[in-house]
Design a protein around this ligand. Structure first.
Ligand SMILES: [Zn+2]
Ligand SMILES: [Zn+2]
Length: 401
């Protein structure tokens, strides 16, 4: 067989965004749910071809921070958790963590078991992210202060066991007593220790990074601002080179700040921090049992006015990074896919248009709006061009050849 004969579908005539740059008039062949080959100009002629008509082809997005979407709050029920995942998948997020806001440990234990079940049954669900409860009162933002507590290694061990290997990251305030020991436990468990909702000084943050913390939770939000004499967690995270989440919705950070971070393309990780209101619209919602009002797309606690997550999709975060902040599309794409995949150690599976990776794609039009989404070789909803049957052929061939 020729290479072309094994390629069961080809996405052709696309501007393919790869780790090495943009391939104009590029093509990608898909077989068995994976990327078989990537090329320029002459697409394999003996495969069934979907003409993408010059659209952008990006790797599917990888969101490390997602609380809900499409009217579904991940903490409401297992069905709501699945609904939020499906909402974001339809908008291009083909891999996601499920973020759980601060709550009593018994509730978190139940929610991580829901996330574990969803991880084992649903492609693209990577596991859980615990945002608390070991966070700072001073910088709790929309986390429910009533349930914050000091670092507790036994409580962590309990949650880790309940998650059955699917607890992928945990946000901790490094200045709290016992935080460094907890960071060491988290890292030893193979979970990403993230720093956030923290009033840490530079020295306190740096100590936690030295102890193994490798991610900063929504850089700038929920932490003391960068000051030139006390750079705090912002300064420590940027200087150390750890990955930094950014909620790029034009509200949580100014577009100029996103532009500045483009100078650190390896560190930048776009996240949504989306709540159930994403994709629904303005109105009244609940987050961690607290009333949230969404107005003009901005979600704020009704009680304090504090920002309470976002109504972003990853596609919107990418679009803003390119159009409002001037980042090259390959930098925005890496920040939305390759970099978060690397944070989780999954860069060989997802996050790039490269042979062997899962066939996860977001097809974007000229305005960078989502036109179609493919997850593991399957179009989500309608295909961008007619021959759906060709792609269903791909999905029926099994994954273990
Ligand atoms: Zn937060
Ligand atoms: Zn959050």
């Amino acid at each position: 067989m020729s290479d072309g004969a094994t390629a069961l579908a080809v996405l052709a005539n696309a501007r393919v965004v790869t780790p090495g740059g943009v391939i104009e008039n590029g093509w990608v062949s898909v077989a068995d749910g994976r990327i078989a080959a990537v090329g320029a100009s002459d697409a394999p002629s003996d495969a069934r071809t979907v003409d993408l008509d010059g659209a952008w082809l990006l790797p599917g997005f990888v969101d490390l921070h997602m609380h809900g979407g499409g009217g579904h709050d991940v903490t409401a029920s297992p069905d709501a958790m699945a609904g939020a995942v499906a909402f974001h998948r339809a908008h291009g997020t083909t891999s996601t963590l499920i973020s759980l806001v601060t709550a009593p440990v018994e509730q978190l234990r139940e929610q991580v078991t829901w996330a574990a079940a969803l991880t084992s049954t649903t492609g693209g669900v990577l596991g859980a992210h615990l945002e608390g409860p070991f966070l700072s009162h001073a910088r709790c933002g929309a986390q429910n202060a009533a349930h914050l507590r000091l670092p507790d290694r036994d409580a962590f061990a309990d949650l880790l066991a309940a998650a059955g290997g699917t607890l992928r990251s945990m946000t901790i305030a490094p200045e709290l007593p016992g935080a460094l020991e907890l960071v060491a436990d988290v890292v030893a468990a193979g979970t990403v220790a993230a720093l956030g909702h923290s009033d840490a000084t530079y020295a306190q943050a740096r100590a936690a990074i030295d102890a193994g913390a490798s991610l900063c939770t929504h850089l700038f939000n929920g932490m003391r601002p960068l000051h030139h004499r006390e750079p705090g967690l912002v300064g420590a995270a940027l200087e150390s080179g750890i990955a930094c989440e950014l909620i790029n919705d034009g509200v949580h950070v100014h577009p100029a700040v996103t532009s500045l971070l483009g100078a650190r393309p390896e560190q930048l990780v776009l996240v949504t921090d989306a709540i159930d209101a994403a994709g629904v619209g303005d109105g009244q919602y609940l987050l961690g049992g607290q009333a949230v009002r969404v107005q003009d797309g901005q979600a704020r606690l009704a009680s304090t006015g504090s920002l309470a997550g976002s109504t972003l999709t990853m596609a919107e975060a990418v679009r803003r990074a390119v159009l409002d902040s001037g980042l090259p599309i390959e930098v925005a794409s890496a920040a939305a896919s390759g970099n978060p995949a690397r944070v989780l150690g999954l860069q060989d599976r997802v996050g790039a248009i490269s042979p062997g990776r899962t066939a996860d794609f977001a097809v974007l039009d000229e305005q960078l709006q989502v036109r179609a989404v493919m997850a593991a070789g399957v179009w989500q909803g309608t295909s961008p061009a007619a021959p759906r049957d060709a792609l269903q052929t791909v999905t029926n061939t099994g994954l273990d050849q």
